[in-house]
Design a protein around this ligand. Sequence first.
Ligand code: IPM
Ligand code: MG
Length: 367
Amino acid sequence: MSNPSILILPGDGIGPEVMDQVVRVIDWYGAKRDLAFEVSTDLVGGAAYDAHGVPLHDDTMAKAQEVDAVLLGAVGGPKYDDLDFSVKPERGLLRLRKEMDLYSNLRPAQCFDALADFSSLKKDVVAGLDIMIVRELTSGVYFGEPRGIIEEGNERVGINTQRYTESEIERAARSAFELAMRRNKKVCSMEKANVMESGILWREVVTKVGEDYPEVELSHMYADNGAMQLVRAPKQFDVIVTDNLFGDILSDCAAMLTGSLGMLPSASLGAPMANGRPKAMYEPVHGSAPDIAGQGKANPIACMLSFAMALRYSFDQGEEAARLEGAIEKVLADGARTGDLMGPEGGTPLSTAEMGDAILAALDASL
Ligand code: IPM
Ligand code: MG
């Protein structure tokens, strides 16, 4: 059998520099754990636009459909702000999500003990936090029609449509309940059923799916209250399931609970392929951070943790995923810090590559 395949799309900004460190980790698994991958690399976002005039070339899209997993860095940057909407870097990312039909976006927010002081919230509110946001990723207002900017009388009108079918809600909900069964058996569903019909349907369908999981405690919250509860008492949650737009906003909020956006990975999963693996793309939640791009300052941990999620969800290597997560926890406990993790007491931050060195050394030590 051939080695599992990974397509790496480093993208823009800090994407390439954090991905360089992930490639070192992938190579480590090949050399030290007999876990070799067939790795190829291609362009996405502004980098693809510069080369091809589109944020995702059709050939790259086709490759993404064939591989066992895609690892993506980040897309976007000020250089591309004035591009036509249809070729903006973000369109490349959204096309991958839509055409691979990656409907279930898992965004864990976990607070590492060593970093509990970095949160803008009080330490006891976040210490030990471990929640999972399941964001529906292929529908809702991100993709609903009609959309556009039209002329009406003597002014223009901007239009987007929130639209969810029952089956779209059902499959996202099901993945949330499945995850909850492997965690603390609690799901909180968030919508705005008080103002949106799509929210009423969301609540109904999630409730129906919940009947198949009698062991899981299901609750419902309006998304605005959910945002408030996330910063008031985040540890009340286990799995949160929500739509595409609310999930975008709530996951940034949850991310900051953990101290730094530079720490959070994500997995976007679709239906199983012929080989039984789910269609999958893994990416750090942080963006392209153009302000620090190219300076070797970026924190590679979110991208590495995204690869750990790939080991777990695509390659059935839960123990090896835990090994990588453990190595990261160890270097943080030992005081390794990139610039985004520097406290008021200061010190000299590690460069992106030095953080990579520390994590590789911890991986070696784990053998
Ligand atoms: C995210 C990002 C994207 C989104 C952007 C870059 C299109 O904010 O993954 O959360 O809005 O989904
Ligand atoms: Mg976002």
